[in-house]
Design a protein around this ligand. Structure first.
Ligand code: PGA
Length: 236
């Protein structure tokens, strides 16, 4: 594991963006695994800036996102599809038909999960997977549990996740209680994993996840077994 502590959010974002940009430069048809949440927003802003300057070309890139709330379709501003369009895809030259987010409105969610894993396999797997981390140690929406779950699957969100994400909604009652998330198999099979986190609220979970025992009670701890993991953490 490469563990990098940086001074601030801007530095975390720049370094994180540089690792993703390096992937796109060295492999123009890269498959990027992307994440939502507050933490990656600075990375996306930096990638957009490099695109606008003519330094990055997303025309050959494919993306697969980690997760989506159940019941929200892509036109809902709280959906993760909408977030990705708004924070990245609408601002770079990626082909939208090559951006994938699991569907939270599929009639048959088990089939949707299977199809999503098949899709990732058919793309040749993920070249670099970007991850945030929840205060409870979740990655994607893989919440603390008695076991690690491999396939893309439906989860009940932890109360702490619902509370943490309520800031994006008008009221906590509007936060969906369920989501569909990429499981540990596709995440662990990504060729590279980049996890970013910032702020004092994430300090304890970073210590537990990367310097403590590997346990499904701290889902991100499984990443200690990944062969090419970079963690970038900023205290502020
Ligand atoms: P955040 O979420 O970036 O909004 O803190 C991270 C996560 O829950 O994975």
């Amino acid at each position: 594991m490469k563990y990098i502590e940086v001074e601030n959010y801007a530095e975390m974002s720049k370094k994180g963006a540089a690792l993703i940009a390096a992937e796109v430069v060295s492999k123009p048809n890269a498959v990027l695994g992307l994440a939502t949440g507050s933490t990656p927003v600075g990375i996306y802003k930096q990638l957009i800036e490099w695109f606008r300057n003519g330094d990055l070309d997303f025309s050959g890139v494919t993306s697969v996102n980690l997760d989506e709330y159940l019941g929200l379709d892509g036109t809902n501003p709280q959906s993760y599809r909408y977030f990705m369009n708004d924070n990245l895809f609408n601002h770079v030259n990626i082909d939208k038909s090559r951006t994938f987010v699991p569907s939270g409105t599929a009639d048959d969610l088990a089939s949707e999960g299977e199809a999503y894993d098949k899709l990732i396999k058919s793309l040749g797997g993920i070249d670099i997977q970007l991850l945030g981390i929840g205060e409870d140690g979740h990655i994607g929406f893989n919440e603390p549990d008695d076991c690690f779950t491999g396939p893309t699957h439906v989860v009940d969100l932890d109360e702490s996740t619902v509370v943490a994400n309520a800031r994006f909604f008008d009221s906590i009652d509007d936060v969906p209680r369920k989501a569909i998330t990429m499981g540990m198999a596709s995440i662990m099979q990504a060729k590279k994993v980049l996890l970013v986190a910032n702020g004092p609220k994430k300090y304890d979970i970073i210590q537990k996840a990367f310097f403590g025992p590997i346990t499904p009670k701290v889902p991100a701890s499984i990443l200690q077994l990944h062969g090419d993991l970079t963690v970038i953490y900023s205290k502020i």
